[in-house]
Design a binder for this molecule. Sequence first.
Ligand SMILES: Cc1cc2nc3c(=O)[nH]c(=O)nc-3n(C[C@H](O)[C@H](O)[C@H](O)COP(=O)(O)OP(=O)(O)OC[C@H]3O[C@@H](n4cnc5c(N)ncnc54)[C@H](O)[C@@H]3O)c2cc1C
Length: 511
Amino acid sequence: MFRAVLPRASPRSAFRHAGSRAIPNNFVTPMIFIGHSKRGFASEADHDLVIIGGGVAGYVAAIKAGQEGLKTACIEKRGTLGGTCLNVGCIPSKSLLNNSHLYHQVLHDTKKRGIDVGDVKLNLTQMMKAKDTAVEGLTKGVEFLLKKNGAEYIKGTGSFVDANTVKVVLNDGGEKTLRAKNIIIATGSEATGFPGLNIDEKRIVSSTGALALAEVPKKMTVIGGGIIGLEMASVWSRLGAEVTVVEFLGQIGGPGMDAEISKQAQKILGKQGIKFKTNTKVMSGDDSGSTISLKVEAAKGGKEETLDADVVLVAIGRRPYTDGLNLEQVGIEKDERGRLIIDQEYRTKLPHVRVIGDCTFGPMLAHKAEEEAVAAIEYIKTGYGHVNYAAIPSVMYTHPEVAWVGQTEAEIKASGVKYNVGTFPFSANSRAKTNLDTEGLVKFIADAETDRILGVHIIGPGAGEMIAEATLAIEYGASSEDIARTCHAHPTLSEAFKEAAMATYSKAIHF
Ligand SMILES: Cc1cc2nc3c(=O)[nH]c(=O)nc-3n(C[C@H](O)[C@H](O)[C@H](O)COP(=O)(O)OP(=O)(O)OC[C@H]3O[C@@H](n4cnc5c(N)ncnc54)[C@H](O)[C@@H]3O)c2cc1C
């Protein structure tokens, strides 16, 4: 709340130009304002707040609302809290990424470290169990937190009856009707299908099926070289599958990944054994045989080629999920991509109905959903809230990790702003060298006139943790000199971060 109204301390050199340049120009600001109807408030409301959806957005809103003393109910139909993230997204994928990396390292990366190991065998059932244990522990933990903070958890499917009334079809049978002063829609997103390919979650899978394969496929084709596709490609390639990634664009990692970093990522993942077909489109698929055949050709047209695989992962993106909410009944509108339309305070045209997380604007990320949840409750409680959409990091948890915050070099160039770039390779960082893990680099981009940091892009060990410092720097409007003059512990990977900042405003020492 206070961050929205209090002036910030000025960073050393950045304050000269503290304007709007740091806001990425590819972000659609959630501010399509329709005009509010008269507050249709029901005096007989039995809840201050009803939340539909118990994913990251919904459960965080429920906890925060409970802390703020709002009588709150959170409706979730899945049977467990935590949504996509905890059940079939961030958490299970990171469990498999971590353990498949360990397996791969033990198989291929111990001899030179002076560790001789005997027979190494994959126990996929146990690896899946470890994943399930993490998921179960965390979802139960969230349930406990709701209880601890006095928020009611209702297992069922919610839909609008009228502007203040939500009906719940209970998972255990029966119905319940809730009257609410405020309603938050947090129903999340679902995987986008591929026309002509029938996802059975066994042979043709979405990310959900890819997180639960019963055996390692001999050959796997991944349609879509975005973050989810590449993370899953890494898991199954490390476990022994021959993986080919087909990507329509000329680069992997999605359009948010800086082109220079994307190139590095493709090179490194290629060395690990993943094959890439960029600038390539899938034309059709046939799953009638013992393998699945995909016909692919160059995105701009050209010679057709057939790719055979035991498993095909469709990872071409996610779309907002709002099915069955009966939104037409209350007049809540979507845009052409199915995102629910809101203003800057997350309000729909019904001012007491707000929308947060994947089912509305902005990047589909768990931490973005979480920020919005806290802000939405603050708006309800106090009238003030704050999310800085220019400082939302992205991480790809491959090895090495890729992480970034702020704008890409291509975006900055297109905006016409003059900028400086500074890079530092991990091959010149003492800790990375000690750890025999030297692939990648840190790249800073700063405004040439003010030195304000506009974007930071990292590929390398620990990038996902390191990006927090860059996010803080952007949040505080720091200059590259601010970072360069901040003492970083030795020997750490974060010295590469400092040195890249030094290279941006002056010169690196160790390269
Ligand atoms: C494989 C994968 C990996 C990912 N990895 C990351 C990552 O590393 N980092 C990251 O930041 N993000 C990651 N994401 C994205 C992240 O999971 C989502 O951004 C996040 O879960 C969005 O939260 P949400 O609460 O908006 O939606 P969701 O998590 O989708 O939750 C919405 C919930 O609403 C429920 N629901 C829907 N309709 C109703 C209804 N009518 N009544 C009751 N309940 C309903 C659904 O059952 C669901 O549980 C990943 C996603 C996937 C698929």
